[in-house]
Design a protein around this ligand. Sequence first.
Ligand code: AMP
Length: 278
Amino acid sequence: MYIFTSKKELQKYLATLTSAKTIGFIPTMGALHQGHLQLITESKNQCDISICSIFVNPTQFNNPEDLAKYPNTLKVDLEKLEQLACDIVYTPTVEDLYEKDEQAKSFDFGSLTIGMEGEFRPGHFNGMATIVEKFFNIINPTKAFFGQKDLQQLQIVKALAKQMQSDIQIIGIPTIREENGLAKSSRNELLTTSAKQEATLVYKCLQYCKNNQELAIPTLEKYIQEQFKNNPHFKLEYIDFVSLSTLLPITKWEAKNQNAICIAAYIEGVRLIDNIIL
Ligand code: AMP
C-alpha cells in the first residue's frame, strides 16, 4: 500500500499508471468503520486501483469545536486499509490542498442545498464541494464512492460531477448498520451503551414508514414527531419527506424509489443522521 502525503507525489505516481487502469476513489475523514470499509471493498470490486483519502476538511465545518474534536485514529485506519489491500492512501496536510486563508468556493446546486443539512449546517456543502472538486481534479478517478448515509451529500456530488462536465461516475453505497439497525458512524463511539440502544429509534421510525407507506405523508410525519417527543433523551432536528431528485419536501408519494425520508436528531448531545429511500 502506497501512502502519499502530498498531491505532487500522488500525481507523480498516478502518471506512471497506464491509462487503461480504472481508478476508484473513496474520500473519507478517517476514524474508519465498517461503513467506510464497505466503500473500499466496492471500489476494489469495481476498479483496478483504489485510492482512499483521509483528510479532515476544515472548510466544511461550520463549528470550530466540532473540527477540533474530530477523532484522529490514523495509525489504526492505515492498518484497516492495509488489511483490505487498499492500493493507495492519500493523507494530505491542509497546506497541500489550500492556499493560505483560502475559503470555500460558492457553488449553486439549486434546490439540493436548501433544506436539511443545508439549512442546519450553513456553509457545509460549499466546503464539501470545494474539497471534492479539488480531489477530482487531482486524481481524476474513473469512479468515486460515497455512502447513501449522507444522502444529500451524495446527490450534491452527482450534481458537482455534472457541473464539472466530468466523466467520473458517482457510485452510492447502501448504509452499513449495527446489528440493531443504528447506522454506523464514528459519532456512535461517543454514545453510552444505553444511548446506543435508544438511538435505534431513528431506524425504527424509518422502518415504520417503509412498512406503512399506504398512510399519507403528513400522518407518518406526525407519528414520527410524536415518537421523538415521547423520548426525553432525544431532540429531533428535522424529519423531512423529500423527492429524491430535487430534495424538496413532498406531501404525496412520488414513484417508487423516488422518495427519501431524512432524519437528524441529537441524543446525549451527539448528532445522528439517517435516511431511507422508498
Ligand atoms: P466521512 O469520513 O464521515 O466523511 O465519510 C466518508 C464516506 O463514508 C462518505 O461517503 C459517507 O457517506 C460514507 N459513510 C459513512 N458512514 C457510512 C455507513 N454507515 N454506511 C455506508 N457509508 C458510510
